[in-house]
Write a protein that binds this ligand. Structure first.
Ligand code: GUN
Length: 298
């Protein structure tokens, strides 16, 4: 029997999007300013194509000026940097996102660091990472997935996580590391686990908050979870399944929802949990970038 609260990221994201849409309309009316988001995609990765399309659609839905630059998989690094330079200098654009992963011949670090920190709505620039990790969170662009996870954790446990153990599984720059920084800032006691961690299940069992961001379907099961923990599933694992003779793409998280929801206080589902919140936080960061560009408070 499932006792846990199903954290409805889709509903929360829809509520926040409404607020962002209303604030966008107000910004246009009062200051003649329309937030602009440029999304750059290089190559044909099918999952990235879907994400980017969704980002563009949501930006339009919020009332933003939205542009997508789709570059050929063979585009040279110089041409990518030239485009970013143009976008950095384009007054209509307040947020720039280059979809990852990049084709192998491109250098991710050079490209992400070429985006102006003031337009870095992904929060990947060293300036924004430095602000976040030095506790200057209010002044940083925070990476979208961890920012969305944090809002869902706050809904369950409040903003002050003093005395609570948080375990982050995964040490990526996009999720694991910034997630740990945010949890630390909220006074949690934070452990980051990864592929070299010994007794992962034992470490996770001590956690009041578990964030799974490893990319291994259903890895975290109910037996790993401390009763009453809050579990956030960042995993998006795609598999092909046969339904009525048709091949369909199915999404599976890193968390085995059924067994975990018998033990946990609250769990995010996949799909419908972290994913929609990530896109919403991108809109939030873009609105914020637009406001800051005009000297308005964020
Ligand atoms: N690929 C997967 N997640 C992300 C993200 O948050 N930002 C970018 N730019 N690429 C991604």
């Amino acid at each position: 029997m499932s006792n846990a609260i199903r954290i409805d990221g889709k509903a929360k994201a829809a509520e926040l999007s409404e607020e962002i849409t209303a604030e966008t309309a107000e910004l246009l009316e009062q200051h003649g300013l329309q937030p602009g988001l440029a999304v750059v995609i290089i190559g044909e990765d099918p999952a990235s194509q879907v994400y980017v399309r969704n980002k563009g659609k949501r930006a339009e839905g919020c009332g933003f000026y939205s542009v997508q630059h789709s570059l050929d998989a063979g585009t040279s690094q110089d041409d990518v940097l030239k485009l970013i330079d143009e976008l950095n200098n384009d007054d209509k654009i307040h947020g720039i996102l280059v979809q990852l992963p990049l084709p192998d011949h491109l250098d991710e670090q050079t490209i992400t660091q070429s985006i102006s920190p003031a337009k870095d709505v992904d929060g990947f620039h060293f300036i924004n990472i430095g602000k976040l990790t030095s506790g200057n969170t209010a002044d940083a662009f925070v990476p979208c997935t961890p920012a969305g996870c944090m809002l869902m954790i706050e809904d369950q446990l409040g903003a002050d996580l003093s005395g609570l153990n948080a375990v982050v599984i995964g040490r990526s720059n996009i999720v694991g590391k910034p997630m740990a920084a945010l949890l630390l800032q909220a006074h949690a006691t934070v452990t980051i686990c990864h592929s070299r961690t010994r007794d992962l299940a034992g470490v996770v069992h001590e956690a009041d908050i578990v964030i799974a961001a490893v990319g291994r379907p259903n890895m975290v099961t109910g037996s790993w979870i401390k009763p009453g923990a809050v579990v956030i599933d960042v995993g998006i694992n795609r598999s092909e399944v046969e339904v009525d003779g048709e091949t369909k793409s199915k999404l599976t998280g890193d968390v085995d929802y059924d067994s975990v929801s018998e033990v946990a206080k609250a769990v995010t589902p996949v799909p419908g949990g972290v994913g929609p919140m990530t896109i919403t936080m991108l809109m939030f960061n873009t609105l914020r970038a637009a406001r800051l560009s005009a000297g308005l408070d964020s």
